[in-house]
Design a binder for this molecule. Structure first.
Ligand code: HPA
Length: 260
């Protein structure tokens, strides 16, 4: 099982054949991913917030999720993330690959390397989202005629509340393009275990203070109805051509300290 999808809000299901639910024990708790096949390839699917959106962003068990995928042999992770846009370059209804992040989370364990037997790792984050997987997604998107933009800087907020307009103005000044609540620490933990990770932002709303109305989860889920079909087609086509070998830096990210 070399490939996985972590589905964010709006991608709570992913159609696979021969589907079954596994129970994976991790040092951080139990995870129940779905496993199945897509064009003969085994894919692991994990709904980040649970199938009924029961887990808010700050309470997602990121370490258990990523540990479980790694334990199943996953080497390449595709993820989706609902995002608000702070930038005139990215619009409602668009798909955008994340390239950099700013971390404004507050309460989340961020590492597997907690000292002692586990060691200390200062993992490199020069290119947090795997460049080679991002290129595959872009190539596939062109082939199947789905517009995907690239190069966004994502700011991760703690949530679960939306941001204030003052925070959004600050994030704009800092260079952020998109705002969401889940990509950190997920992307960091995947890198710590040497997995490739790429995330497709689904722009569901204009960020607070840019939109001429108040923000609501209903607006986000309404926008996602259209976006979900598009992103699912893109994900399916990407999984069909994704190469299991890792010709990037991702697998050597933890070599200074070693692998679990
Ligand atoms: N802010 C934070 N997270 C989000 C947003 C937003 O505007 N839209 C979708 N997820």
């Amino acid at each position: 099982m070399q490939f996985a999808l972590i589905g964010g809000t709006g991608v709570e299901n992913f159609s696979l054949t021969e589907q079954r639910v596994l129970t994976v024990e991790t040092p951080f708790g139990e995870v129940e991913p779905m496993v199945g096949k897509l064009s003969g390839r085994e894919i692991v699917f994990l709904s980040r917030h649970g199938r009924d959106h029961a887990t808010p962003p700050h309470l997602v068990n990121y370490r258990a999720n990523i540990w479980a995928l790694h334990a199943l042999g996953v080497r390449k992770v595709l993820a989706t993330a609902a995002v608000g846009s702070l930038s005139p370059n990215y619009h409602l209804g668009e798909l955008v690959l994340l390239e950099q992040f700013l971390d404004f989370t507050k309460s989340r364990p961020q590492t597997f390397y907690e000292g002692g037997d586990r060691g200390v790792l200062h993992v490199d984050m020069t290119e947090p989202y795997c460049a080679s997987v991002r290129k595959v997604i872009l190539d596939v998107s062109q082939k199947i005629g789905i517009v995907v933009k690239d190069g966004a800087c994502y700011v991760c907020t703690e949530g679960p509340r939306f941001e204030t307009p003052a925070e959004i103005r600050m994030f704009q000044k800092l260079g952020a393009d998109l705002v969401g609540m889940t990509s950190v620490p997920e992307v960091v933990l995947a890198r710590e275990l040497g997995m490739c990770y790429a995330s497709i932002g689904m722009v569901t709303n204009e960020a607070a203070g840019i939109a001429a109305h108040l923000l609501s989860h209903a607006e986000v889920t309404e926008s996602l109805k259209n976006l979900s079909l598009k992103v699912t087609r893109l994900l399916q086509a990407t999984f069909e051509v994704l190469d299991p070998s890792q010709s990037c830096w991702c697998p050597s990210a933890n070599q200074e300290v070693g692998k679990f």
